[in-house]
Design a protein. Structure first.
Length: 343
């Protein structure tokens, strides 16, 4: 049996509770909700159900329990979410196209990639009967249905953007809950990683790369960390002193990164028609000057990695420092292949 993530199970539970007027019994939920189906009856299933109800309540969902007269047990109690409890401001209305776009945006982030506040908004939106028309067909347990010819784009497209950095969820969760984090961070040019203790303020996505913005306690200064350079599991702990993130922490960090990106450039020759030529020409901000492609970047080591990946299809014209960084990477690749024993 495929494993159902907690967020998926809780989402399925919410839909079951919304999609009823009279309420549903616990046994009916166990038979209907993805993640409960097929589970052996017992204390483990009961505890899972209680945890999921608590999780929904923490998101602001009010679960109404209807107890049959004269029944003191919970066996026949019926659960539901009352009409209007999930309601958003009456003036907030979405047409069909807007609902499709909202659904696609939620799919890009997927379940765990949202902040706790955004999860609450997502659950409320998706519980709306009109909005649910665009939910993924894969969410219906035990059914395999092809989209109808008139299905909305949101029912057909399945975009995904999962952060590749394994640290992402731990860092985002710690930032949401104001907990300190400890991790090993390897900077370019250093042989060994250093342990960092950080008060996380926000996780930001800048031009396809995830970063952590926070206060480095060791340096006693704000820092931005590239998540792909975190080389250990992220450990979180209660902060020794309570802290609050600056309200504009994410916006300030992104503005600084944009300033760096706008001012830092590298000029390259690319073989016409090559993959490098096509890709580099289509990077945001790339311009052609005197036969060179002028490329913007926010980190000289990252752009060196990217350019080295094109091999002989790219030659760096300037600056000298960037050319040297690319050359070093190409030489390492050459030496690594030279050391391999012939088969």
């Amino acid at each position: 049996m495929a494993r159902i993530e907690a967020e998926e199970r809780q989402f399925s539970l919410l839909l079951a509770l919304v999609d009823t007027r009279a309420g549903v019994t616990k046994q009916e939920l166990f038979e209907r909700v993805a993640g409960y189906q097929g589970q052996p009856a017992g204390d483990a299933l009961e505890r899972m159900f209680e945890r999921d109800k608590d999780a929904l309540r923490e998101l602001g969902i009010v679960i109404d329990v209807v107890q049959p007269p004269g029944d003191d047990s919970n066996h026949d109690a019926r659960y539901r979410v009352l009409d209007g409890v999930l309601g958003d401001p009456a003036e907030l209305q979405f047409d069909a196209d807007e609902r499709d776009l909202l659904d696609l945006a939620l799919r890009v982030w997927h379940e765990g990639g949202l902040t706790e506040e955004a999860q609450r908004a997502a659950l409320k939106l998706r519980a709306d009967p009109e909005f649910r028309g665009g939910l993924p067909l894969e969410r219906t347990p035990g059914r395999s249905v092809e989209p109808a010819p008139t299905a909305s784009p949101a029912a057909i497209l399945q975009p995904r953007q999962r952060p590749r950095e394994s640290a992402f969820q731990a860092l985002k969760r710690a930032a949401d809950r104001r907990r300190e984090v400890v991790f090993d961070y390897l900077k370019p040019g250093e042989r060994e990683p250093r342990t960092r203790t950080v008060q996380p303020w926000a996780t930001v996505l800048f031009r396809g790369r995830w970063m952590l913005v926070g206060h480095d306690l060791g340096a006693d200064a704000p820092r931005t960390f590239l998540m792909q350079r975190i080389v250990s599991p992220v450990k979180d702990r209660a902060a020794k002193r309570p802290f609050e993130a600056p309200a504009d922490a994410a916006a300030t960090a992104l503005a600084k990164l944009e300033e760096i990106w706008a001012s830092a450039t590298v000029g390259v020759h690319a073989v016409p028609g090559s993959d490098a030529d096509i890709r580099l020409r289509h990077r945001p901000g790339t311009a052609e000057e005197d036969g060179l492609l002028v490329i913007h970047h926010a980190d000289r080591h990252l752009i060196a990695d990217e350019l080295a990946g094109f091999g002989a299809d790219v030659a760096v014209a300037w600056p000298d420092e960037q050319r040297e960084l690319v050359r070093e990477r190409l030489e390492r690749i050459r030496d690594a292949h030279a050391e391999e024993e012939p088969r």
